[in-house]
Each structure stands twice: as structure tokens, then as C-alpha cells.
Design a protein around this ligand. Structure first.
Ligand SMILES: Cc1cc2nc3c(=O)[nH]c(=O)nc-3n(C[C@H](O)[C@H](O)[C@H](O)COP(=O)(O)OP(=O)(O)OC[C@H]3O[C@@H](n4cnc5c(N)ncnc54)[C@H](O)[C@@H]3O)c2cc1C
Length: 382
């Protein structure tokens, strides 16, 4: 591990003691093998815990498989930006731990706006995020062409290069992290579902699964949109809201673009395996998932990346973001429960490696990390 990265990642990270189990927990069951559960299991086992990862289907099969998987810290308010920026640093560190073999593309994102109002909005964002120390600069049409020669932006009032960002193949990365956790000693069970908890004196004794009972000191619930159902087995309420999103996946093509492209009519990225993933906007979800709708979307996007006009839709996906009721992550022990740890969030791709690291610190060291203070389940009380 690079000393400089650790210092960067933990610079300003404060921790405080909390009432915890009498002894440091050794046996941890992580429910859910998406990008969050995979990273938590990997960090826990690497730090010496006895870890079992239980996944109902297969690693990366949930929201992770249907994600646009853009790693970015373009978030507000400031506290959430800070957390997400630490998320970017944690990705750099994970990338190094895997010696650059992860299916991950650095280089940032390019964004442009075609009308005055939205152009002014983008310039204000560039100014604000630069003030916060984020790597972003305004570019013109020539600058955009230099970065991504195949893009044809059309009318361009303002454009930006968000330099620190990246994108990944989310299923590929999750599979590799799970494999490394397994190599480091984690037991990985899939397909296997957590069906109930066995408690003794109000505390977790064992986790019931379709592959048998597993004795545990702590259960980590990282089940994405199923988190409320699994947390309820311990009497813990986790409020999520619906947040679907439709994406068009295109058959592998020769390399066309490296960076995430945020165009006025939609977003495009090309995965390391050549597949292009594109959607109309990050908020839309009620969309049509028919092949025809996908083809119509590709025709629209062909105005900025002409090769898409001849591309073939491989599949359409409607994914469900694990979105907490107020939109912000929920990470930490359930109130009054040193045996149940919850980790559910949108932007889980951005935050996965960071949450893995911070959760392992909280679970194994009996401390509370200050940077997670705003993201506790307690905030929903009442
Ligand atoms: C359309 C879309 C676009 C997105 N774009 C981005 C983006 O650009 N950037 C970004 O950072 N984030 C993005 N996200 C969000 C991101 O994908 C999610 O936050 C992240 O994948 C959540 O990972 P997770 O591990 O928490 O959940 P999941 O990937 O859903 O994993 C949960 C796992 O738990 C398993 N499970 C459920 N119940 C049980 C049980 N009882 N026992 C055992 N296992 C169980 C499931 O099978 C599943 O594999 C997007 C999401 C969507 C849908």
C-alpha cells in the first residue's frame, strides 16, 4: 500500500470510540455481493477478520450490473462532495492494489451545453467545484476535440473537462474484488440467500442462509434494494425510495471514446471490453426498455457520436438504484446494535472502495469515522 495514498485518504479523518461488542468481532457475515458488499468483505478479510460473503445470485448481479458506473464527486452539499472525493482516492488505491488490472478507465469526463441558460449553469458549477479543489477546467470545442476526437458536439455554449473522474466495468470489478477477498481467506457462498437471523439475548448468534447457518458476531447488510427486507430480520428499519434507471447497452465496438461523455441529450461511455453504455439522463427511469426504444435512443445519440447510428443494441436494462429516502448514503451500525452494520447507497460505484475501507475500520476497531457522521441511520428517527 502506498504511504502517500493512505495519508491522502485518511488526512483529516477523525475517529471516536463507541460502545461496542465486548471483544473485537472476528466473525463477520456480509450479506450481498454487489460492489458494496464485495469491497467490505475484501477489506475485512484483508485486515484479518473471519468473513463469509453470502450472495443470493452471483457477484455484481444487482444494481451493480445495471449501473452506468461513472466514478465522480460532482455532488452537493460540500460534505457529500468531500466523501465522494475520498471515494475517488480510494479507487486510485484499489487500482494500485490490483496493479492496474481492474477494468477501470481514468481520464475524467467531458460535458458540454448547447444553450445559454445551461451554459451559464455549467460555468457556475465549474467555478464552484474548482473552489472546492476538484479537478475541472473549462474547455472550448477544440479542447473537446483534442480529448475525444470522435465526438461531434454540435452547438456548444460551454464545456468542461472533469479531470479526476473515471468509469468502470462494474460487474468485472466486483468479480475481481470478490475473487481477491476469497484468495485472502474469505468464504464466498453463492447462490445463497440470507433468510433469517438467530438471536441469543437480543444479539446475533447466527445467520440463516439457504446453504445453512453461519455463526457470526456481526452481520453487514449490503443487499442493495433488498436491504430493508434483510435489515428487518434484525428489527431494523431502513427507508429507501424508488429510483429506476434505463440504459442501452451496445455490442462491442472498436475504441471510440475513452472518457464519460455528458452531452445535452444523454450520456455515453465505452467499457474496456468495447461495449458502449448510454442513457438519456440520470434522473429518468420510467423509460421504455424495448429494443425499438433503444434504437431510437442510439439514433439521437448518433448526432454526437456518429458511429452509434450503425451500432446494434445488445440489451436494455432497467436498474433500481438503492436510494435512501433522502438521497444520501446510509452507512454504519444500526442504532443500539453493535451486531448489525448497514451499507446502502446510490453512487455505490463511486463510494464502494471507500465504504469498504471505512466500514472495516468501524467494525474491527470499535471506532466511529467522523466522515460518515452525516450518513447514519439515526437521522431518520421520528
Ligand atoms: C441506472 C443506474 C445508473 C447508475 N449510475 C451510477 C453511476 O454512474 N455512478 C455511481 O456511483 N453509481 C451509480 N448507480 C448506483 C450504483 O450502481 C449502486 O449504488 C451500487 O451498484 C449499489 O451496490 P450494492 O452492492 O449496494 O447493491 P447491489 O449491486 O444491488 O448488490 C446487492 C446484492 O445483494 C444481493 N442480495 C439481496 N438480498 C439478499 C439476501 N437476502 N441474501 C443474500 N444476498 C442478497 C443481491 O443479489 C445483490 O447482488 C447507478 C444505478 C443505476 C440503477
Amino acid at each position: 500500500m502506498h504511504r502517500r495514498t493512505v495519508l491522502e485518504l485518511f488526512a483529516g479523518l477523525a475517529v471516536a470510540g463507541v460502545p461496542s461488542l465486548a471483544q473485537a468481532p472476528r466473525r463477520v457475515v456480509v450479506a450481498g455481493g454487489g460492489i458494496i458488499g464485495a469491497n467490505i468483505a475484501y477489506q475485512l478479510v484483508t485486515r484479518g477478520a473471519e468473513v463469509t460473503l453470502v450472495e443470493r445470485a452471483q457477484p455484481g448481479a444487482g444494481a451493480t450490473a445495471n449501473s452506468f458506473a461513472w466514478i465522480n464527486a460532482k455532488k452537493r452539499p460540500r460534505d457529500y462532495f468531500n466523501l465522494s472525493r475520498m471515494g475517488l482516492q480510494a479507487w486510485r488505491q484499489l487500482d494500485r492494489e490490483f496493479s492496474g488490472t481492474l477494468p477501470l478507465v481514468w481520464g475524467g469526463s467531458v460535458e458540454w451545453r448547447a444553450d445559454d441558460t445551461r451554459g451559464t449553469e455549467l460555468r457556475a458549477q465549474i467555478r464552484d467545484f474548482r473552489q472546492w479543489g476538484y479537478g475541472v477546467r473549462e474547455i472550448d470545442a477544440a479542447g473537446l476535440r483534442a480529448l475525444e476526437p470522435r465526438l461531434v458536439p454540435g452547438p456548444l455554449v460551454a464545456a468542461a473537462h472533469w479531470e479526476d473522474e473515471a468509469h468502470i466495468d462494474p460487474v468485472g470489478v466486483t468479480g475481481m474484488v470478490v475473487k481477491k477477498a476469497q484468495m485472502n481467506g474469505a468464504r464466498v457462498e453463492y447462490p445463497a440467500e440470507v433468510t433469517a437471523l438467530e438471536l441469543a439475548g437480543g444479539r446475533l448468534r447466527a445467520v440463516r442462509t439457504t446453504k445453512g447457518d453461519i455463526e457470526a458476531d456481526v452481520l453487514v447488510v449490503a443487499c442493495g434494494t433488498d436491504t430493508p427486507r434483510v435489515a428487518a430480520m434484525a428489527g431494523v428499519r431502513v427507508p429507501l425510495k424508488d429510483a429506476p434507471g434505463v440504459l442501452v447497452h451496445v455490442r462491442p465496438a472498436p475504441r471510440l471514446i475513452d472518457r464519460v461523455a455528458l452531452a445535452p441529450m444523454g450520456n455515453i461511455k465505452q467499457k474496456p471490453d468495447g461495449r458502449i453504455v448510454t442513457g438519456s439522463d440520470f434522473a429518468s427511469g420510467g423509460g421504455d426498455t424495448s429494443r425499438e426504444a433503444g434504437e431510437r435512443h442510439l439514433q439521437r445519440m448518433a448526432s454526437v457520436l456518429p458511429e452509434l447510428g450503425k451500432a446494434t443494441v445488445e440489451k436494455m436494462t432497467r436498474g433500481f438504484r438503492p436510494m435512501p429516502a433522502d438521497g444520501f448514503p446510509i452507512v454504519g451500525f444500526a442504532p443500539g446494535r453493535p451486531d448489525v452494520y448497514v451499507a446502502v447507497m446510490h453512487s455505490g460505484v463511486t463510494l464502494g472502495p471507500l465504504v469498504g475501507r471505512l466500514a472495516a475500520t468501524e467494525i474491527l476497531d470499535g471506532v466511529r469515522v467522523d466522515s460518515l457522521a452525516a450518513y447514519r441511520l439515526e437521522r431518520f428517527k421520528g
